[in-house]
Design a protein around this ligand. Structure first.
Ligand SMILES: [Zn+2]
Length: 302
């Protein structure tokens, strides 16, 4: 959807609310408490409907990323359009400028709420053949300016685990990424178990942390004198893309929120060939997210 098409489709608050209503109640209002189908919009509370049967009030934004936000729906919709139509995404600083938001913090929180909606809690584990590997990615420190610039230092690196699901003809399908504390079996085995379905065949470079997996047949491709990028070609391509993205869009990622940025990269990679569904999934439609505040994100409670 082009920006012009987006503006024509969602010109104002009412159009955004109508979209949420249609997705939530395709066959008309249904009360989430009593199941009654009779209700009316409340004049005093925006986009809220009251059940004629039990009196329960339900907002069209309940369970979405927008719930209890003070920002206009149009701002949220525009942000989702920008985030899903830029193949590489956007930094909080850029989003603040594009939306004309008053503060960097508002843009930052908005993007983190969207990243939270990027992980489908019911996503299926990886199957068939799955490459596993780890990489180090450079980090940006808290004191570095968000826009980059002079004096920026790289204060460290983070270890990241990656998994790439391969089709029978050897092409990458879906990926998963996660921060790792170290590359020991105690760290890697739980990652394998959390992303690969039992019985999926695991391919690695033979690192000791992957040995003696119990639920997965394991093929170790010993690197030896052969370059590692030939043995685990897709993992290396994903990691190279991840590093370019982290530097290009964000001037390096920061450790406290590394998991969320990895989630965003995974979301973009897994939807690289079908972006149409991304718009609704980023709004949080269908996922029933509990509301989260700025502190929830800073303290990493969500
Ligand atoms: Zn009711």
């Amino acid at each position: 959807m082009s920006r012009a098409a987006f503006e024509a489709r969602f010109p104002d608050e009412a159009a955004c609310a109508a979209h949420l209503f249609a997705r939530r109640w395709p066959d008309g209002f249904i009360c989430p408490v009593c199941g009654g189908s009779k209700g009316w919009p409340l004049s005093g509370k925006r986009f809220t409907f009251e059940c004629a049967g039990c009196g329960r009030q339900t907002s069209v934004t309940a369970g979405t990323v927008m719930h209890r936000s003070h920002l206009p729906l149009k701002t949220w919709f525009t942000a989702v359009h920008i985030v899903t139509s830029h193949s590489n995404g956007i930094s909080a600083l850029q989003l603040q400028a594009q939306l004309g938001l008053g503060s960097y913090k508002t843009a930052w929180l908005l993007l983190h709420k969207l990243r939270r909606a990027m992980v489908d809690p019911e996503r299926r584990p990886l199957v068939d053949l799955v490459e596993f590997d780890e990489t180090m990615i450079p980090l940006r420190s808290k004191d570095d300016p968000p826009g980059g610039g002079r004096g920026r230092s790289t204060v460290g690196k983070a270890l990241v685990a990656g998994a790439v699901e391969l089709s029978p003809d050897g092409h990458a399908r879906r990926i998963r990424l996660a921060p790792l504390t170290d590359a020991s079996a105690a760290s890697l085995h739980p990652f394998v178990a959390s992303v690969a379905a039992p019985g999926a065949r695991v391919v690695t470079d033979g690192w000791s942390g992957y040995l003696s997996l119990t639920d997965h047949p394991h093929t170790a491709k010993i690197v030896g004198k052969m370059a590692a990028h030939i043995v685990l070609a897709w993992s290396h391509r994903v990691f190279a893309n991840l590093k370019r993205w982290a530097l290009g869009v964000f001037h390096g990622l920061r450790r406290p929120h590394l998991r969320r940025y990895l989630d965003e990269f995974v979301f973009r990679w897994n939807r690289r060939r079908h972006t149409a569904a991304a718009f609704d999934s980023l709004l949080g439609l269908g996922t029933r997210l509990a509301p989260a505040t700025y502190r929830d994100f800073v303290d990493q409670r969500v």
